[in-house]
Design a protein around this ligand. Structure first.
Ligand SMILES: Nc1nc2c(ncn2[C@@H]2O[C@H](COP(=O)(O)OP(=O)(O)OP(=O)(O)O)[C@@H](O)[C@H]2O)c(=O)[nH]1
Ligand SMILES: [Mg+2]
Length: 401
């Protein structure tokens, strides 16, 4: 980049001189009125002085190409240095301000052009896109993150990879909604687990019973009863009863919704928490789900329905499950089998897409140890290939668990 300063009696004369000497690419950045000619300061004439640049690698038709952020910074400093020299020389305060504004506009213009080089993606965008893919985030979720990066980050910020990735981790964390139960309007609190076959509903019911009952660490152990309406399949009843025996928690098995209603009414006075286990359903089978909904209405409108879904389920299936179980009006999702995958982008994308909160996660077959209240931080810590600064995210997300 070269600089020039030229003088002329008129603006036109000065511009013509510049064009002749430096060609069309010369760009005037500063213009000021001066007195020129004369002898010993006498007989001077009103004239114009123009200062500008002759770009070498920044012609207007290839804006941004080949200009590194370092060049940009250097050029900005040079322009400002020229400006400050000109400012000192200027006697008129108003003119100085106009000149400063002109330079500022030029710098902003230059910055804008450098910001989005045509046909090229900034390496930070590419890298973050790859990491989101690696973590199994859906294409839609990744696109939202990348679009937001493009919109909110300047070139200087994009050059600072660590800062960008910290911000992206925060955005991911902020997209996770954690379920907070409302205090039950009616005693007892009734929690119902619905979900596809084999995701771990019965095991989770047993874990919840143990955690709220004898194992309640946070406070007084609640009086808990488990009810299963999975009375049809061989082994299903035995499975719940075995858990009940081991944990010394009573179990009722019912065949239909009218029995379920009666059973709840029977124990409502005596227990704090009723946990209802249901039969696993194929989410594609809408008839069966309609029947289930009828069955569940027996629990009353105050009952809390949680949808259990396995972390190993692929994103598109999770979306379909979230959709198909919608008639249950479930309040939140329990993510099971987190121990069987190291990637959670599929789960976080589906939750965010459907605006669902997560209440618990399970990460193993052990009852009750492998059940945890959902928290934002463990999801973030387990993200692959993001450098996680634990102290920072703990500060950012404390109180959101
Ligand atoms: N690895 C792992 N296995 C789990 C977890 N939760 C449950 N399981 C296992 O998954 C299998 C199915 O669990 P169930 O609790 O019977 O699942 P379900 O949803 O009640 O199944 P259906 O009633 O048949 O629909 C069992 O072998 C459980 O031990 C978990 O968090 N991690
Ligand atoms: Mg079951």
């Amino acid at each position: 980049m070269n600089y020039f300063t030229e003088q002329g009696l008129t603006e036109d004369e000065c511009r013509q001189k510049i064009r002749m000497k430096y060609g069309e690419r010369a760009r005037v950045m500063i213009q000021k009125s001066i007195r020129i000619g004369g002898v010993f300061g006498l007989f001077t004439k009103e004239g114009v002085e123009m200062t500008g640049i002759i770009p070498r690698d920044y012609p207007s038709h290839t804006a941004g190409q080949g200009a590194s952020p370092l060049d940009f910074q250097k050029e900005k400093e040079k322009v400002l240095a020229v400006a400050s020299r000109q400012d000192k020389a200027a006697s008129d305060q108003e003119k100085t301000e106009v000149i400063q504004q002109t330079i500022l506009n030029e710098v902003l213009d230059l910055k804008k052009k450098l910001h989005t080089p045509p046909g090229e993606e900034h390496p930070t965008l590419t890298r973050i896109g790859e990491i989101l893919d690696l973590n199994d985030f859906s294409p839609g979720y990744s696109k939202k993150i990348l679009d937001r990066m493009k919109k909110e980050f300047s070139l200087e910020v994009l050059n600072d990879y660590d800062q960008v990735q910290d911000q992206v981790v925060d955005w991911i964390g902020e997209s996770i909604a954690i379920f907070t139960p409302e205090p039950p309007k009616k005693q007892p609190r009734i929690m119902i687990l619905v979900g596809p076959t084999g995701v771990g509903k019965t095991t989770t019911i047993a874990k919840l019973a143990a955690v709220f009952g004898p194992g309640n660490k946070g406070g007084r152990p609640l009086s808990v009863r488990m009810i299963t309406i999975d009375n049809y399949r061989i082994g299903a009843k035995l499975q719940v009863e075995t858990y009940g025996d081991i944990m010394n928690i009573p179990v009722s098995c019912v065949d239909n919704y009218s029995d379920l209603r009666k059973t709840i009414a029977l124990y409502a006075e005596d227990v704090d928490l009723i946990l209802v286990d249901t039969i696993g359903r194929n989410p594609r089978d809408s008839v069966e789900i309609a029947e289930m909904k009828q069955l569940l209405s027996a629990c009353g409108s105050a009952a809390e329905v949680h949808l259990a879904a396995a972390a190993t389920t692929k994103y598109s299936d999770l979306r379909e499950i979230f959709q198909q179980f919608e008639p249950f009006n479930y309040r939140s999702v329990i993510i099971t089998k987190l121990d069987e995958t190291i990637r959670v982008g599929n789960v976080l994308s589906a939750l965010a897409d459907k605006g669902k909160s997560v209440s618990y996660i399970t990460d193993g077959q052990h009852v009750p140890d492998d059940l945890h209240k959902a928290e934002v931080i463990p999801f973030l810590i387990n993200l692959e290939d993001f450098k996680i600064n634990r102290d920072r995210i703990e500060k950012h997300f404390s109180g959101r668990e």
